[in-house]
Design a binder for this molecule. Structure first.
Ligand code: NAG
Ligand code: NAG
Length: 205
């Protein structure tokens, strides 16, 4: 009986510890502005001497400017992450703007370090994501201006402009450095390249 009670208590404790682990991480510093030349790494970047931090470290200008979509995909992602805003370091937060010409595609990709929240600023955009093996369930939806869609952590997703005019979206990530893995691109453009046999078999599938 006593053992059962102990097990029950241990279970409750384990549950409360796991919910603590899932809770938002509260920072111990006001900021740790990324110093790209620093040696001591925190979240991949050293902290700049706080005395040398300026308002510019927390600033980005140009989010209103459409990216240049004159490329084969007809889309352009403009990121405002820790590379552009050093003050984002350790915050688990960043954004991007995506522009699409008519028919423009942001080809299937994943973000290894983030979920994504996608808000349509202009146009009509088809979005979708695919769950992992073995289901490979495809969730898709056509969005219009003001619509918001969420891409789950790490899953393959894409967007395509299916309207007649230009389209644009504002995107939020729960990482200051979400990363991006292009689905076909990583096999095709690996450096050094993958053997022709591997590439051919992937493309055949
Ligand atoms: C957009 O990109 C294309 C292709 O790289 C280039 O030829 C063109 O000059 C760019 N347009 C602007 C406005 O920068
Ligand atoms: C990979 O690179 C090697 C050497 O540069 C080249 O001979 C080979 O054709 C390339 N393979 C593919 C699949 O591009």
């Amino acid at each position: 009986m006593a053992t059962n009670k102990m097990l029950f208590l241990a279970g409750i404790l384990a549950l409360s510890f796991s919910s603590v682990a899932l809770a938002t991480i509260v920072p111990v510093l006001d900021f740790c502005v990324a110093d790209p030349n620093g040696q001591a790494l925190v979240h991949g970047m050293a902290c700049k001497d706080p005395k040398l931090v300026t308002p510019e470290d927390f600033f980005f200008s140009g989010a209103h400017k459409p990216g240049n979509t004159s490329n084969p995909m007809g889309s352009k992602v403009t990121t405002f992450n820790v590379a552009q805003i050093p003050g984002l370091n350790t915050f688990g937060l960043s954004m991007a703007r995506v522009d699409y010409c008519p028919g423009g595609l942001n080809a299937p990709h994943t973000h290894p370090r983030a979920s994504e929240m996608f808000t349509v600023l202009e146009g009509t955009i088809e979005v979708g994501f695919i769950t992992p093996n073995p289901e490979l369930r495809h969730f898709k939806k056509v969005l219009k201006k003001g619509d918001v869609f969420v891409f789950p952590f790490g899953l393959v997703h894409y967007q395509k402009n299916v309207g007649n005019g230009k389209a644009a979206a504002l995107v939020a990530f729960n990482s200051e450095n979400a990363g991006m893995i292009p689905l076909g691109g990583s096999v095709l453009h690996a450096q050094p390249n993958m053997s022709e046999d591997i590439v051919a078999r992937v493309l055949k599938i």
